[in-house]
Write a new protein. Structure first.
Length: 317
């Protein structure tokens, strides 16, 4: 069995999916398989992937489901993956030719002891780092994303830091999307993303936030994914998501009010929770909150944020 599953959720992206496929065919290390989760596409995605399967250049598994959104596609992927590691490459992104080689080589050296990558860090067979006094386990790897021109997305991982949590990275000034490679047994030990009727979005941070409480990530300061990065488009789309998926946003805000690492961040989460609750017309939002006093203090700011989101989405329309 391969070490790594690369999974790609896709919805009507037949026009761009070839970028990922072609990059996987160019990989210098073949210790991987590709899992395509077709989240209800109505274009020719199925025929395209079936044609690639017939070419037999790389191992490909195709799975179709009714449209559930990105988080629903992740649920399906995690149920199907059997390899030690997994990572998501979006349907309009691709991997540098040596990405799998970097990921698998780094992991084998740090965790499986096949290569002595760094003599100062010793990791035993079950992922426990020794010699640091806390015995916290390793959930996987955090690595870098670059855009199609090779420019780094956000900041590099801190030099000299062998491991971090995702929230710890951002809490200490880190910026930009990063590529996450998780141990399959770890990510499957946490609950699936919830599905809300009529909505198609729950933040993928739901699982990552839970994992951060128990595990850390080894840092790989190398690019392993080239992303089609459009900051303005992403921001504008998020405003729409906010309006269309208030249950999903309220759900993650309740968790983050408890797990966010700083008081400032928890207050921001409470503001967002108030705004989403207004959209839901939920009169019980204070009682349903894990931090009622925090939510009460955030109400004026939540009302303002709700008004701002409404203004922005009307302006976009």
């Amino acid at each position: 069995m391969p070490t790594l599953t690369i999974f790609t959720p896709t919805y009507n992206r037949a026009y761009s999916l070839h970028l990922c496929y072609e990059s996987l065919c160019r990989q210098t290390c073949r210790d991987f398989c590709w899992l395509v989760i077709d989240d209800g596409s109505t274009d020719n995605t199925r025929e395209l992937v079936e044609g690639w399967q017939k070419e037999d250049k790389i191992p490909i598994t195709y799975f179709y489901q009714e449209n559930q959104g990105m988080h629903g596609a992740h649920n399906a992927a995690y149920r199907l993956i059997e390899t030690e590691l997994n990572t998501c490459i979006d349907s309009d992104d691709y991997m540098p030719d040596d990405a799998v080689e970097k990921i698998v080589g780094f992991w084998n050296g740090k965790v499986n002891g096949k290569v002595n990558v760094n003599a100062n860090v010793n990791v035993n067979w079950d992922g426990d780092i020794n010699g640091n006094g806390d015995g916290k386990k390793v959930a996987g790897i955090i690595a870098l994303d670059v855009d199609f021109s090779g420019n780094l997305i956000g900041t590099r991982l801190p030099e000299g830091v062998e491991r971090t949590t995702l929230s710890g990275f951002y809490n200490h000034g880190g910026r930009g999307d990063k590529k996450l490679i998780y141990r399959t047994e770890v990510i499957n030990s946490y609950p699936e993303y919830p599905l809300f009727k009529g909505e198609k979005y729950v933040s993928l941070a739901y699982k990552y936030e839970l994992i951060d409480q128990d595990y850390e990530l080894l840092t790989l300061n190398e690019p392993v994914c080239c992303v089609n990065y459009q900051p303005d488009g992403s921001t504008m789309n998020m405003y729409r998501q906010y309006i269309r998926n208030p249950q999903g946003f309220a759900f993650i805000r309740k968790q983050s009010m408890v797990l966010a690492p700083t008081a400032k961040r928890r207050f921001i989460e409470a503001i967002h929770y108030v705004s989403s609750s207004i959209m839901l017309r939920n009169c019980r939002f204070i009682q349903e909150s894990p931090r009622p006093r925090l939510v009460i203090s955030a109400i004026p700011f939540g009302i303002l944020w709700y008004a701002f989101i409404r203004y922005k989405t009307r302006k976009i329309s």
